[in-house]
Design a binder for this molecule. Sequence first.
Ligand code: ZN
Length: 310
Amino acid sequence: MVKKENERDPWDFEFDSNKVGKYEDSYKMSGSGLLCPKRNRSIGKPCHVCDAVQELYKYPEGSQERKVAQQKGAKWEYYICAVFPHNKEKAVIVKLGKKVGQALVEGIKLKGWNDIANPKAGKGREIRFTKTKGDGGNPSYSVDPVLDKATWDVPKKVLDNIPNIVDDPVKTVTSAAAEDIFDVKTMKFGETIVVRMLPPAADSIIKDAAHGVIFKHYGVTQDEIDGKIPMSRTLTTFEKGDNKEPTAQKEEVPWKEEPTKQEESAKQDAPPSKKRPACFGRTNFFDESSSSCTECPEFKDCGKEVMKNN
Ligand SMILES: [Zn+2]
């Protein structure tokens, strides 16, 4: 018997790969490190560290200023909600680093993983995260879906109480109990975990994505963020045991910054310069579904460069 559209189970969820990822610019962030008040849009305040870091990106690659910018620029944390097969009655917030978070979103966007947050038996699939030793012994994480469809339904009780990680991740993560958050960093080398990714919460305004991103600064003080004191232009030495973000994020650049008035008038006076945004031609920043990219004057050339580099 063919089911009519209105009889479709509302929890029979699939991603639209054209839409997932497009809300990232509106995401916010938390944990150790300090929240960026600017890039976490739910906070929506100026960030003097982001401004100072942007200035430092004018220095050439390899310079001390660039190193400071890389260390102090906002870092990304990805969050999803999931259920572990050994505890099907409880939704857990899973914290992922930038690379593996991006790999997950890219999988949905480009590799047909549209079913990975479908909570129905025979329709959804479990996903696997694995921690291995990467370059230089640094931890490296991978994500891939289990080939076969899941054999179990995520219980309704869990679906009715999914944390809303999409709309305001800062609020959701900061108000969650520590035992309700699983950080993949706590995995052992060689360990694999299998989870069932959960769809967006019932009250989620954004329905096309099921992850949140939080932006944090490391190696700076709140006074520097608030502009009470200028940001130090020297590298911060982290104490052993500090929860320093991995160097894997060192390519991070503040790429969607409004030009200052000075820069704006300089642009009008001066002939067009060859200076391009720091994200120019970088595969991991180029997103043709993001307005940050499509509205950028370099969008077309950047796309060509990305194709060339791939
Ligand atoms: Zn910031």
